[in-house]
Design a protein around this ligand. Structure first.
Ligand SMILES: NC(=O)c1ccc[n+]([C@@H]2O[C@H](COP(=O)([O-])OP(=O)(O)OC[C@H]3O[C@@H](n4cnc5c(N)ncnc54)[C@H](OP(=O)(O)O)[C@@H]3O)[C@@H](O)[C@H]2O)c1
Length: 318
């Protein structure tokens, strides 16, 4: 516990899409979390954090950052050794007797055999997700009093590709029945709520957005708010690969390519039970896509006159 009476919190992956929203939400409540970062320059200038320089591949640096923490936020990073990295994190959290709040894939079913069967089926259908599925199981069975936040497709994927959208192409593939999309600020707020509340029961919780959208609907909303024509091109593999290759590199690029292509085959409907659970955890309804788009347009100053000159994507290529 910190001197302020708040739990001491370590945010891993704090320079990434999810982690930075957890830091933002904690800061908004006056909480300064610890972060373990490879390169402090990748933090945002506004982040109020206690910086510990280190690497998940260096268990000593992780142990040092974890000393005296009550709760840890973790994602599975886009790394080839993501399962091993998560084992290292779980060992350190267990040794410290802390709680883990994990955001990633978690496969639920009525009993252990059904869960195993589901993990096996999904692993066969989506070979690139095998590591992420294994990580969800490792977290669930760890001695970390875990909270697992199952997040849908990130609205922030669009922000990474904002210059492509401003150039008139919406490349995220969607099933004709739509894809539930989540504003990561909502995930950040939910993670902060549970990191700060040790009484939240361990378990898996869904984090969803308010509705499912098709790519054409997303393109139309961007077109309306930017006042430029935007077309859905999520069926065009060349357009997808060109857009992703211009913004991402390495394992992260391959993960995104694989996820984008998988999305085409899956309708992700919005379930009332998941929406109710998200609303309960948030203490308010989740953010609608139109509201997200208006915020991004305002934050990047993407008025029609300067949409193309200011649209540089939300982060450097990596
Ligand atoms: N995109 C989607 O719509 C979507 C939806 C659901 C789930 N997901 C899942 O979300 C996960 C990725 O989350 P994200 O998008 O927040 O990740 P991200 O933006 O790629 O960020 C990854 C974070 O992990 C850090 N990291 C990576 N390797 C590290 C190491 N060895 N030591 C210390 N820190 C390390 C990175 O630090 P650096 O800044 O130093 O690189 C960065 O802060 C993936 O498992 C993905 O499958 C994605």
């Amino acid at each position: 516990m910190s001197t302020s009476g708040n739990p001491t919190i370590l945010v891993l992956g704090s320079t990434g899409l999810m982690g930075r929203e957890v830091v933002r939400s904690l800061n908004e409540r006056g909480v300064t979390p610890r972060v373990l970062v490879r390169d402090p320059a990748r933090l945002r200038p506004t982040d109020q954090v206690e910086v510990h320089r280190g690497d998940l591949r260096d268990p000593a640096s992780l142990r040092e950052a974890m000393q005296g923490v009550d709760a840890v936020f973790h994602i599975s990073p886009h790394e080839a050794d993501e399962v091993e990295l998560t084992r290292t994190v779980l060992n350190a959290v267990e040794r410290e007797g802390a709680r883990l709040v994990f955001s990633g894939i978690h496969i639920d079913a009525s009993n252990r055999l059904a869960k195993w069967a589901m993990r096996t089926i999904y692993g066969r259908m989506l070979p690139r997700y095998r590591g992420k599925i294994a990580i969800g199981h490792l977290v669930e069975t760890s001695n970390t009093n875990p909270i697992m936040l199952g997040v849908g497709n990130f609205m922030q994927c669009d922000e990474v590709l904002i210059d492509v959208i401003c150039d008139g192409q919406f490349v995220l593939p969607t099933h004709p029945k739509g894809l539930n999309r989540v504003d990561l600020r909502d995930l950040g707020d939910i993670a902060a709520n549970v990191l700060l509340d040790p009484t939240t029961p361990a378990g898996a919780y869904p984090v969803c957005g308010p509705r499912s959208l098709t790519g054409a609907e997303c393109a139309d909303i961007w077109a309306r708010e930017l006042n430029v024509p935007v077309s859905y091109v999520g069926d065009d593999d060349v357009a997808i690969d060109t857009a992703l290759t211009a913004h991402l590199t390495g394992y992260r690029l391959e993960d995104w390519k694989s996820s984008f292509k998988a999305l085409r085959g899956f309708a992700v409907k919005t379930k009332k039970s998941e929406l109710d659970a998200t609303t309960r955890l948030l203490g308010r309804p989740p953010t609608d896509f139109t509201e997200f788009v208006r915020r991004v347009v305002a934050e990047h100053d993407l008025t029609p006159a300067n949409a193309n000159s200011n649209a540089t994507g939300s982060e450097a290529r990596r």
